[in-house]
Design a protein around this ligand. Structure first.
Ligand code: GLV
Ligand code: GLV
Length: 326
């Protein structure tokens, strides 16, 4: 009989169709919030595959609930902080993510927020929508130039590098900080210079976060980091919310310690720290980094391809834990 899989959220139609005829699909079609934990535990039981999204915590409890038949967890995201990968590896369960296919879309969204912040887009839009009377004036709603300024990229992986390439089009100088330093050739080809953490914060006019969430990067942007930034600086986070201390950010934005911030992800997603919602110098988006038709189709198809490969005993294309192959 066909292997059975749990799909925790409806994917784009093309990806749902790619599952047809290959496995028996148990699809969670409840309200558009995350699948409730007790349903997830119950419905994972006896499955050979799980196709998860970032709201599902894949831990020892879930793996126990799924049972020994489970072969693969295919995550529909590049980030995999929701998955206990070592625990999966220990049990011989493959784990995959969806890298590469969302790199350009996510870099575009980071730039959407960078531009929105420096040019006060949200504030201007809100003014128009409120039907506030206005007239063009030489000092009205001034933001900051980008050309000739410095972009500081935090995490220079695939998405960070795509953000760097765009920065050169805007005439910016680029510095970066990453636990893993690129080699000199890669740095000069990309047009970036490495900086110590404190130097990156102090020199950057725009700080954009593109690192994975790990115990080391949690609250990387805290009160001290915000104090180290220029008062004219902008912070953008399109990676994972818990890397930014939201209360500290709200305080820094209110007191003018930094100029503006743009967030696509939240510390307690989908909740937003209340103090941020009242500030004009923060632009807030509902985790749209990879949300284009083209990219979500590619992500869905890659997640399904990985899932089916794992079920068939083949090596999935974007496998995170080769050690689980045994
Ligand atoms: C989305 O946030 C992802 O990790 O793909
Ligand atoms: C991700 O983690 C990336 O930069 O692709």
């Amino acid at each position: 009989s066909e292997p059975s899989v749990l799909v925790t959220r409806t994917l784009v139609e093309e990806a749902m169709r790619a599952l047809d005829g290959h496995c028996e699909v148990d699809l969670y079609e409840g309200p558009p919030e995350a699948i409730p934990r007790e349903y997830l535990l119950r419905r994972a039981a006896g499955k050979q595959g799980l196709l998860t999204i970032l709201t599902e915590k894949v831990d020892a409890e879930l793996l126990d609930a799924a049972g020994p038949e489970l072969k693969i967890v295919a995550n529909h995201a590049v980030g995999f902080d929701n998955i206990d990968v070592p625990e999966c590896t220990k049990r011989g369960v493959l784990v995959t993510n969806t890298p590469d296919v969302l790199t350009e879309a996510t870099a575009d969204l980071a730039w959407t927020l960078i531009l929105a912040c420096v040019r006060r887009l949200g504030e201007g839009e809100r003014l128009m929508r409120a039907r506030t009377p206005w007239i063009w004036g030489p000092t009205m709603m001034m933001g900051h130039d980008l050309h000739g300024k410095t972009l500081g990229v935090v995490g220079c992986g695939r998405i960070g590098r795509a953000v760097v390439r765009r920065a050169h089009g805007f005439g910016m100088r680029v510095i970066y900080n990453d636990a893993i330093r690129l080699d000199a050739d890669a740095e000069s080809e990309l047009g970036v210079e490495w900086r110590e953490w404190g130097d990156l914060l102090g020199e950057s006019d725009v700080v954009s976060v593109h690192a994975p969430l790990t115990p080391q990067t949690r609250h990387l942007i805290n009160a001290d980091a915000l104090r180290a930034m220029k008062r004219s600086a902008v912070l953008v986070n399109t990676a994972r919310g818990p890397m930014v201390d939201e209360q500290a950010l709200a305080d820094a934005l209110r007191s003018g310690e930094i100029f503006a911030a743009g967030l696509d992800v939240y510390e307690r997603e989908p909740q937003v720290t209340e103090a941020l919602l009242d500030l004009d110098n923060v632009t807030l988006l509902p985790h749209l980094g990879s949300a284009t038709i083209e990219t979500r189709t590619a992500m869905g198809l890659l997640a399904v391809e990985n899932l089916l490969a794992g079920l068939n005993g083949e090596r999935p294309r974007t496998l995170l834990n080769p050690a689980a192959l045994g």
